[in-house]
Design a protein around this ligand. Structure first.
Ligand SMILES: Cc1cc2nc3c(=O)[nH]c(=O)nc-3n(C[C@H](O)[C@H](O)[C@H](O)COP(=O)(O)OP(=O)(O)OC[C@H]3O[C@@H](n4cnc5c(N)ncnc54)[C@H](O)[C@@H]3O)c2cc1C
Length: 311
């Protein structure tokens, strides 16, 4: 016999993954709640312009996309609460979420959509010029840099693969790496080395990003302390993605070596009734469109799970 819970489903996180799960759940009349610690929208809110979400042939701002997603969920009366969840207790059949104010909420099923954040350089000019030449996503922003000279910061698989990809648009891509060799797998290195539009600047770091209304140049410092400047219009910081997993019991849920949640195709974790969607999932591509798709799949998986529970 299942103890009575406050909600059939709680969705933790109000980015595109959580909002889509919320839309499906509310439209299917589950007693569902979405909890968000900030404002709805997640990383989409820091995305200046979105050109690759289908249905908007002219593109739209991240703010407009979020507003539309939130309005659509609200049309089906999705209940929303603005609080930070500070811990989770998932070992019993009834799941518990403890909020920042000490309140406890219970649910029969849970969708985790806490997202991720890009690792930043933490240098002067980076924050001010984010979305104005500083980018953390080559797939998202590469096409804006047609025939321009840009840099990629990093030396891992993502940096090297995306440097190669960015030459579809940019006239020249310089990979700035703080060591004298790459961490990326050999095959990716070979492809980038063979690409005549990719150059490498070894043993160097970006010290500052400068520009008035957009990136104009970077100040570089090599490992011997020499300072130089390079004129570029784009800086792609590709030094990793940090999962928002601080409150998640990854050993119970099942996590990968980088701290993302492993799921099956229905977005189910190792804990029955607990799903994970969007950027917090262990996967290769982190975009709005697949976060939204996964939100739909997880809401349907939650319904199936709830349908199998005995009252
Ligand atoms: C600069 C930038 C540009 C991008 N451009 C594009 C683009 O052009 N096209 C594209 O498709 N994708 C783009 N992306 C990627 C896209 O934004 C993400 O893939 C997408 O937002 C992931 O959605 P999500 O719902 O999984 O998580 P997120 O958007 O990360 O949202 C997670 C939400 O969970 C909340 N949360 C986390 N922990 C808690 C907690 N403990 N309690 C309560 N709430 C919590 C957060 O506050 C946040 O609102 C970009 C990303 C960045 C950073």
């Amino acid at each position: 016999m299942m103890a009575k819970a406050d909600y059939q489903l709680i969705i933790l996180g109000g980015g595109p993954g959580g909002l889509t799960a919320g839309l499906y759940a509310a439209r299917d009349r589950l007693k569902a709640l979405l909890i968000e610690k900030g404002v709805l929208g997640g990383q989409v809110l820091v995305t200046d312009w979105i050109d690759n979400y289908p249905g908007f042939p002219d593109g739209l701002s991240g703010f407009d996309l979020v507003e539309k997603m939130a309005a659509q969920a609200a049309r089906f009366n999705l209940e929303t609460k603005y609080r930070e969840v500070t811990s989770l207790e998932l070992s019993e059949e009834t799941k518990k979420l403890i909020l920042e104010n000490g309140e406890t909420l219970t649910c029969q099923s849970l969708i985790i959509a806490t997202g991720a954040r890009p690792n930043i350089l933490g240098v002067a000019g980076e924050e001010e010029l984010t979305g104005k030449g500083v980018s953390y996503c080559a797939t998202c922003d590469g096409p804006f840099y047609r025939d321009q000279e840009i840099i990629v910061v990093g030396g891992g698989d993502t940096a090297v693969q995306e440097a190669d990809f960015l030459t579809k648009f940019a006239s020249k891509v310089t990979v700035v790496h703080r060591r004298d060799e790459l961490r990326a797998t050999k095959i990716l290195q070979e492809k980038a080395f063979a690409n005549e539009r990719v150059e490498f600047l070894w043993n160097s770091q970006v010290q500052e990003i400068k520009g008035e209304n957009g990136v104009e140049k970077v100040v570089l410092r090599d490992n011997n302390g020499n300072i130089s400047e390079m004129a570029v219009t784009g800086v792609f910081v590709l030094i990793g993605t940090i999962p928002n997993n601080e409150i998640l019991p990854l050993d119970q849920l099942g996590g990968d070596e980088y701290g993302f949640i492993l799921t099956d195709q229905e977005m189910r974790t190792k804990i029955p009734g607990v799903m994970a969607v969007g950027d917090i999932r262990s996967k290769a591509v982190r975009q709005v469109v697949n976060a939204a798709g996964e939100g739909a799949v997880a809401a349907i998986a939650a319904e199936h799970y709830l349908g199998g529970l005995k009252d």
